[in-house]
Write a protein that binds this ligand. Structure first.
Ligand code: PLP
Length: 434
């Protein structure tokens, strides 16, 4: 399989180029030359399969023969090591729990897969790859954990001091090994500025082979389609194909669902649920696409004013708004509605939603009546409620329990280097001068 840039579909690149570089030089985004169609019978037999098998069958069609099938098998077995259970809430409403990975967020799936693919693609290089990431919390922890112990790759994470939650800080700073954390005395924007400057810095680039583990990397996106397919085998047998309700920020998760559908996965529809950052919702309602300044909300992993994967959506629908509207519905909700959804679900069904899934809950409630009676709705629960403990406790008056797998992390010691937000300090640190 080769990959093209959305800016120029006539030139294609091999997987090594697309994955190790993350972004094409023309600032478009990489897309697969064709979306592989799964063989006849694959979806009909889905109930006899398990998630790692499903993942292998999909991945091998994207990445073989450039990446040998047995390598893909190993990567999948290593990366896809947690379940994605569907929980029935009531009537036709279900939740797809994507938070059983090591950092309790759906981003674990993409990050783990991408890390192993990058490591293999880099296997013949004498020099290690150094992944630089700026994070406001969630992405960084999934990347840190995803790359932990992965051969041939060092990770340097920059996070804003005092601006990530205590749990997130532990997740960023207690890995050790090939993961190093820099606590920057500044904002997330300062961290991003340093990383951007670093990629353009000649001196640094002669010393290191730098790469980003950006969320727009196609190797993070494709594995996110695995769990949509896995969800199919968990809805009640004989049901109408489900509607997938996707809490969306950069729209990567949603794009992955659409890729699965193009591969032949049956679905009755897709609903993108957003908070007040609603540029795509407005576009789908007929307005011009108008990216805006990011609006802060309680579902902050979806606070994105200019979703990066919007260009992939345009690409998939041939720049035709009507086509996108046909495949995708979208709605937007504010924090007050989000909190009331969290309360409703908890008091009526005893199920704790995190603020992101709560936005999905609202979208399903609003649009369910437009689907045939009995159509299952699968709301993607993108993070464990404990990751947004403060909002959950404020809203429900109950503190979500930290799962056992994370308890040990809370007692580990933070290891981070404290740096100012000046680029020169960062450079000195990278050059071993401090
Ligand atoms: C990243 C994230 C999202 C948004 O996913 P996109 O792929 O950017 O649309 C939603 N919820 C949580 C908890 C996240 O961490």
């Amino acid at each position: 399989m080769r990959f093209y840039s959305t800016r120029n579909p006539s030139i294609t690149f091999d997987p090594a180029m697309a994955i190790l570089r993350s972004l094409p030089e023309d600032n478009g985004l990489f897309m697969p030359e064709r979306i592989p169609l799964m063989p006849e019978g694959f979806f009909a037999d889905i109930r006899s399969m398990q998630l790692p098998e499903i993942a292998y069958e999909v991945a091998v069609r994207y990445f073989s023969p450039e990446i040998p099938a047995e390598v893909i098998r190993t990567i999948v077995d290593d990366a896809v090591n947690f379940p994605v259970p569907v929980k029935h809430i009531h009537a036709d409403t279900h939740v797809l729990e994507l938070f059983h990975g090591p950092t309790l967020a759906f981003k674990d799936m993409g990050a783990r897969f991408m890390a192993r693919l990058m490591s293999w693609l880099n296997r013949n290089e004498a020099e290690k790859l150094t992944v630089l990431v700026a994070t406001s919390g969630d992405t960084g922890s999934a990347v840190a954990s995803g790359f932990y112990g992965v051969e041939g790759i060092e990770v340097v994470i920059l996070y804003p001091s005092g601006k990530v939650s205590p749990l997130q800080e532990k997740q960023l700073t207690t890995n050790g090994g090939n993961i190093r954390a820099l606590e920057i005395q500044g904002s997330f924007d300062d961290c991003q500025r340093i990383v951007k400057t670093a990629f353009l810095d000649k001196e640094l680039n002669t010393r290191y082979r730098l790469t980003s583990a950006n969320s727009i990397n196609i190797a993070r996106l494709i594995p996110q389609s695995f769990y949509y397919i896995d969800a199919l085998r968990q809805v009640p047998e004989g049901s109408i194909p489900p509607v997938f309700v996707v809490p969306s920020g950069n729209f990567g998760n949603l794009t992955a669902g659409l890729l699965a559908q193009r591969s032949g996965m049956p679905a009755s529809g897709f609903i993108a649920a957003t908070n007040r950052n609603d540029a795509v919702v407005r576009y789908l309602s007929g307005e011009d696409y108008q990216p805006h300044e990011t609006i802060a909300t309680i579902s902050n992993a979806m606070d994105v004013g200019n979703p990066s994967n919007f260009v992939r959506l345009l690409d998939m629908f041939g720049n035709e708004r009507a086509q996108m509207q046909h495949a995708l519905q979208a709605c937007t909700f504010d924090d007050e509605a989000t909190r009331s959804a969290m309360r409703e679900c908890y008091s009526q069904y005893g199920y704790m939603l995190d603020p992101h899934a709560a936005v999905g809950w609202l979208a399903w409630a609003q649009l369910q009546s437009g689907f045939q009676n009995g159509t299952p709705g699968l709301i993607l629960e993108t993070a464990h409620p404990v990751k947004f403990s403060e909002v959950v406790e404020e809203t429900l008056g109950v503190k979500p329990e930290i799962p056992e797998s994370l308890l040990s992390i809370m007692s580990r010691e933070k290891q981070a280097s404290l740096l100012s937000s000046n680029y020169s300090d960062f450079l000195d640190w990278m050059m071993g001068k401090r």
